[in-house]
Design a protein around this ligand. Structure first.
Ligand SMILES: Nc1ncnc2c1ncn2[C@@H]1O[C@H](COP(=O)(O)OP(=O)(O)OP(=O)(O)O)[C@@H](O)[C@H]1O
Ligand SMILES: [Mg+2]
Length: 310
């Protein structure tokens, strides 16, 4: 089985540093580094770090889009994106010496209906019973909240599997199309059920069981440093978060999704899938930004994963 990651609103991530950010003044940036970003692309990077392969698709445009393509080629990730008229966004992350991070994110291009149709045709050409699609991240302007639901239905018709990591209205609508796997974080899960994540809700298992009853295949609910809940029809358990020296938790969820997709195409059991997901996401927290952890780091963390049956 092969993995295809779909990033509808990728970004050229530009990271820079300075002494101290002074709003309203001229700030001169140092150490400017650019990198391909966006949640599906992060998933592809995690899979590559684990030694697996994936194809990255979605929309790119303009010079920034070409830079994303070049950057993916340079790190050996295969890609097949739809070129759109407007330029891909650039997201600027500025780190000051005190460790403060300021993020300036662009909205990204608006996608028109002809561009969307081109992507649907591409997905159709890639979809087969041998394909696993990973849909993750926010939707660009121009695409409605039914977008992921439509795509999931389309790839399911060709016998492919669909993983989903989204939130808000696009997540809620996509669930109707019964994705094979979802990875909400605690906040996103409770939001779907109309609950406030601060209301003290501890037991998330009944919510997960409710989703399985609706036809969702498997669920991982990530809970930051508290770990994650893994729920399938056969087995449900909690894995406490691994104690690691945290540097940046940005993209930890994407690493978890990447590890779970890699485990799925490698035929791992649900327990072994959870182990890989926990080790990969904990490893991701120890790296700077959204950089995935190395396979060695992940392998070193694997024996530390614990299970509490639910
Ligand atoms: N501080 C931490 N220490 C150890 N593990 C962590 C920590 N933060 C996150 N993790 C691991 O990463 C997983 C995913 O993290 P989290 O729940 O923050 O995902 P998320 O909110 O979807 O993040 P994002 O969407 O930014 O990638 C957790 O289930 C856990 O295994
Ligand atoms: Mg997330």
């Amino acid at each position: 089985m092969r993995v295809i990651t779909v990033t509808l609103n990728p970004a050229l991530d530009k990271t820079a540093s300075l002494e101290r950010l002074r709003p309203g003044e001229l700030n001169r940036l140092r150490d400017v580094v650019v990198d391909a970003g966006g949640k599906g692309i992060n998933v592809s990077k995690m899979i590559a770090a684990l030694g697996g392969e994936s194809l990255a698709t979605g929309f790119v445009g303009g010079g920034s889009g070409e830079e994303i393509i070049r950057s993916l080629s340079a790190i050996g990730i295969r890609h097949d994106f739809i070129r759109v008229a407007a330029a891909t966004r650039t997201n600027l992350k500025v780190l000051d010496r005190g460790g403060g991070l300021t993020e300036l994110n662009e909205p990204g291009p608006r996608i028109d209906s002809a561009e969307f149709r081109s992507l649907l045709e591409k997905l159709d050409a890639l979809a087969s019973s041998d394909a696993l699609f990973v849909f993750s991240g926010s939707l660009p302007d121009g695409l409605g909240p039914q977008t992921y639901a439509d795509m999931i239905r389309q790839v399911h018709q060709a016998g492919a599997k669909a993983f989903l990591d989204a939130d808000g209205a696009s997540f809620a609508q996509a669930l109707v199309a019964k994705p094979d796997f979802i990875k909400p974080n605690r906040f996103e899960l409770l939001q779907y059920f109309g609950l406030d994540s601060d209301d003290g809700t501890e037991d998330l298992l009944p919510f997960c069981r409710g989703l399985l009853d609706k036809g969702i295949g498997r669920i991982a609910v990530s809970m930051g440093d508290k770990g994650a809940l893994f729920v399938s029809h056969e087995d449900a358990f909690l894995c406490p978060g691994l104690a690691v020296s945290a540097r940046s938790s940005v993209g930890a969820g994407d690493s978890m999704v990447g590890a779970i997709a890699h485990a799925a195409v490698s035929g791992l059991s649900w327990r072994d899938t959870a182990s890989l997901a926990m080790a990969a996401s904990a490893g991701a927290v120890t790296t700077v930004g959204t950089k995935p952890p190395s396979r060695e780091l992940v392998d070193g963390l694997l024996p530390r994963v614990r299970f509490t049956a639910l």
